[in-house]
Write a protein that binds this ligand. Structure first.
Ligand code: DX5
Ligand code: ZN
Length: 214
């Protein structure tokens, strides 16, 4: 069985003291930091860009898992690479297979991991052709755009089906907490991104342990 990795999603952090929030994640045992990039087009919200990633890079050695919820992601890849991303995820709804293939070659040469994500309403069939180009899949379990939304349980069969055809990491993002973590891990997910559940916890170490060991 794959090791379970936990990725605190900093969209739920207190941005007035982001360095302390990152330290809190490190001390809680985070395996990476999940960073949500939104453009107000692909999703109805605007968050952060490469400049913030660049400064986060300065304060932590945790791998930076950058989730691009943006149109035309290929236009911004170079900036996020330069900013210090270790992992980049693009949405299948935003990229053609030829662009994805080119992107995978580019990132491989830089030893950056590439992920493909799909929205809850997007069928697994949509990413089948993409699986050979990516290191991991990020299954959305809420409609992307905001932290603190409720987990959509119909993604569980999707994770199970994906696990039967894909050997790489399967990450789940959206509404992850101690109540759903066991179901996700049993379905075959091995990376859990969690925002409000972790940053909202008084004791992040305990909260993180609860989902890791679910
Ligand atoms: C949703 C983002 C998620 C979100 C997770 O669009 O991609 O990463 O911040 O937050 P929670 O865990 O609160 O749903
Ligand atoms: Zn995310």
């Amino acid at each position: 069985m794959k090791r379970i990795k936990i990725a605190p999603s900093i969209l739920s952090a207190d941005f007035s003291c982001l360095d302390r929030e990152i330290k809190r994640s490190e001390e809680a045992g985070a395996d990476m930091l999940h960073i949500d990039v939104m453009d107000g087009h692909f999703v109805p919200n605007i968050t952060i860009g490469p400049v913030v990633v660049k400064y986060i890079r300065k304060v932590t050695r945790l791998p930076l898992d950058v989730h691009l919820m943006i149109e035309e992601p290929e236009k911004f890849i170079a900036d996020f690479v330069k900013a210090g991303s270790d992992m980049l995820t693009v949405h299948i709804e935003t990229i053609s297979s030829s662009k994805l293939k080119a992107l995978s070659l580019k990132l491989k040469a830089k030893q950056i991991k590439l992920g493909i994500s799909l929205n809850p309403a997007t069928p697994l069939e949509r990413i089948k052709g993409a699986l050979k180009f990516v290191d991991f899949v990020l299954v959305m379990s809420v409609n992307p755009g905001f932290s603190g939304q409720e987990f959509i349980p119909s993604v569980i069969p999707k994770i199970k089906k994906l696990r039967s055809i894909f050997k790489g990491d399967i990450a789940v993002d959206g509404g992850v907490n101690d109540k759903v973590a066991a179901k996700l891990i049993n379905a075959g997910a091995n990376v859990l991104a969690a925002g409000s559940y972790l940053f909202g916890a008084k004791d992040m170490l305990a909260a993180l342990g609860k989902i890791r060991n679910a």
